[in-house]
Design a protein around this ligand. Structure first.
Ligand code: FES
Length: 147
């Protein structure tokens, strides 16, 4: 089977779909190659992520990875949130086919963009957080795995 049961579960029943109206940080990232877009909303108080939601115009793997990523980030500190990499999300989902790895990067980048937005709005620095990109295709070399 190409997709794990967990991927199928998060695709069929995605968690945390929607918007947070008074979000502390919002991040939007696209992938020019497949045309998919991911938007993540975070509610943060006292440097703790209280809530996370997402909206996507993306493929099934993008839905599953952002569903899992938003589940993982809730309750974390903004510093711990950086540990929710696309790799960590893929592991939590019991893996993704190689051609779908870039979809998990969309979720990771959107999370980072939302954290960056929060940090900017509050004049704080999140150590280790790099300025987000608008299009993950910009550094696709590392993201697209060889066939
Ligand atoms: Fe574009 Fe999955 S194919 S995010």
């Amino acid at each position: 089977m190409m997709y794990s049961e967990k991927v199928m579960d998060h695709f069929m029943n995605p968690r945390n779909v929607g918007e947070i109206e008074d979000a502390s940080g919002v991040g939007t990232v696209g992938n020019a190659k497949c045309g998919d877009i991911m938007k993540i909303f975070l509610k943060i108080e006292d440097r703790i992520v209280l809530d996370a939601k997402f909206k996507t115009f993306g493929c099934g793997a993008a839905v599953a990875t952002s569903s899992m990523a938003t589940e993982l980030i809730k309750g974390k500190t903004i510093q711990e949130a950086l540990e929710i990499t696309n790799k960590a999300v893929m592991e939590a989902l019991d893996g993704l086919p190689p051609v779908k790895v870039h979809c998990s990067c969309l979720a990771e980048e959107a999370l980072h963009a939302a954290l960056w937005d929060y940090a900017e709005k509050n004049g704080i620095v999140i150590e280790g957080l790099e300025k987000p990109v608008n299009d993950i295709g910009e550094h696709e070399e590392g993201y697209y795995e060889a066939e």
